[in-house]
Design a protein around this ligand. Structure first.
Ligand code: TYD
Ligand code: MG
Length: 466
């Protein structure tokens, strides 16, 4: 006899359990924190005390099952760290219409072509809609099965009956389990379904890809609900009005977090961009003031992006600071620092900062580029198109070394930049690497110890300021 699963409402803030939903947790007083949960039976816990409880020497631990499933879609494989990992789960998040379904259907078709059985489980669209998309993508493959179901139990039965290597669930917010009374898409449902699917992936050995919609606050299905349940979280970003999309690994147990892939949406789906730096620098007006080429590092890849600033006298009581694609707090810090230490009158100017191409810079190595862009715009003095820069700026105005300086210089050189401005502390390491790499023409290296020195080296020192 199957007994009905027992349910409780657990507080996400203090962990207390209550028999029914309440607006406020009586134990800790948190509002809206109670989430429905299925009480797990105690049976499995007792069994687990058997053979597996013995510690073992690390070399005797079993190896990971199977090789990675490389899709051959280079930008996707790069972000995953080489491909999907069997028995693991990946969450792909992003705004509606950004291309999540497209990308995962393309991935499934690519894996099917290599002979892997794939399941595209859709709770959102009809099989006819999936077929139509597949035809458009040239992804109509015999080895891609489609399942249309919204109940978790129905999908679980299908997964138990067939052996799949790769399973897409589109989307986790529309799948629901009958074990909970909560509505589909609620935190309780999403968490329970994702948890059971991830566990099934481990047991059955398939690679699982969950599609997740991003909430208005930018989190995937509520505050971090899913992120710790899965091994890898990929976020699809980009303006729906623009053709290109950026896929970023926010978390990855099997690869570098922060890795990005760049795609273009076309008539036949998403296509990886081969020359990422050229792509981000396209349309560059190198002789304008306020623009600086930054040698950035995203994950393990160095790439060139343009940082743009517009500094204009303010008409407001308090000057505006706006950052698109960059950290607003760091922008304010840099403006305040230059005001204090270099006497530049940023407090009387509005600042608009933009990273061209829709990339979001998260590393402090962008500081020097931001600072130079601000000064260049303020003084209306172009820096010239042959200069690339990188480096973190400290509160004392010092230039701090950043990760992978040699990879950054190498990428700048490859794209024809003839001068690279960098923290002096990285010079030795870069020179050594350049000597080994035997570049045809090495760029001129300008090492600076402070922001002030950096400005002087590129002609924006006190005398250069107007
Ligand atoms: P989709 O993958 O359905 O987005 P998501 O699953 O993230 O909601 O992609 C939707 C958009 O992509 C839609 O506006 C149409 C566009 N698109 C193309 O431009 N070319 C294509 O080949 C496909 C399949 C979609
Ligand atoms: Mg979709």
């Amino acid at each position: 006899m199957v007994s009905k699963p027992k349910r409780v409402f657990a507080c996400t803030s203090c962990g207390a359990q209550h028999p029914k939903w309440l607006g406020r947790c009586p134990d800790c007083g948190a509002w809206n924190a109670l989430v429905e949960e299925v009480v797990a039976s105690k049976e499995p816990a007792r069994r687990a005390q058997g053979a597996f409880a013995d510690p073992m020497p690390l070399p005797q631990a079993p190896r990971a099952a199977g090789a990675r499933l490389a899709t051959g879609i280079a930008e996707l494989d790069r972000v995953l760290g080489g491909g999907f990992v069997p028995a693991s789960s990946v969450l792909v998040g992003g705004d509606p219409g950004i291309g999540k379904s497209t990308l995962l259907l393309q991935a499934a078709a690519a894996l099917a072509r290599q002979g892997h059985a794939c399941l595209y489980w859709t709770a959102e669209e009809s099989p006819a809609q999936v077929r139509m998309r597949a035809e458009r993508l040239q992804a109509l493959a015999e080895d891609v099965h489609v399942l249309h179901a919204a109940e978790l139990e129905a999908g679980e039965a299908a997964l138990a009956a067939h052996a799949y290597a790769f399973v897409v669930v589109d989307s986790i917010q529309t799948v629901f389990t009958e074990a909970l009374t909560s509505a589909p898409g609620t935190v309780a449902q999403v968490r329970e379904c994702a948890h059971r699917l991830a566990r099934l992936a481990k047991e059955r050995g398939f690679a699982l890809a969950l599609v997740g919609h991003v909430t208005k606050e930018g989190a995937i299905a509520g505050p971090k609900v899913l992120e710790h349940l899965v091994d890898t979280v990929l976020l699809f970003e980009g303006d729906r009005g623009l053709a290109h999309r950026i896929l970023r690994a926010v978390k990855n147990r099997f690869g570098a977090a922060g890795e990005v892939g760049v795609f273009e949406m076309g008539d036949a789906g998403l296509r990886g961009v081969d020359e990422v730096s050229r792509f981000f620098l396209a349309g560059r007006t190198a002789d304008a003031s306020g623009v600086v080429a930054l040698a950035a590092l995203e994950g393990t890849r160095a790439l060139m992006v343009e940082v743009q600033a517009l500094v204009a006298p303010t008409a407001f009581a308090q000057a505006k600071r706006t950052a698109v694609g960059a950290d607003a707090a760091r922008l304010m810090m840099l403006a305040a620092l230059m005001e204090q230490r270099l006497g530049l009158a940023f407090s009387q100017h509005d600042i608009y900062l933009n990273v061209a191409g829709g990339l979001r810079l998260v590393e402090p190595a962008a500081d020097l580029a931001v600072a130079l862009a601000l000064v260049s715009s303020l003084s209306n003095a172009p820096l010239g198109g042959d200069l690339a820069v990188f480096g973190e700026v400290g509160l004392a105005g010092e230039l701090r070394p950043v990760a992978q300086p040699q990879a950054r210089v190498h990428e700048a050189a490859r794209l024809g930049f003839r001068r690279v401005l960098l923290p002096a502390a990285s010079l030795a390491r870069v020179r050594e690497a350049l000597a080994k790499a035997k570049l045809g023409k090495s760029p001129e290296l300008l090492g600076a110890r402070t922001l002030k020195e950096a400005l002087e080296l590129v002609g924006l020192g006190r005398s250069g300021l107007r």
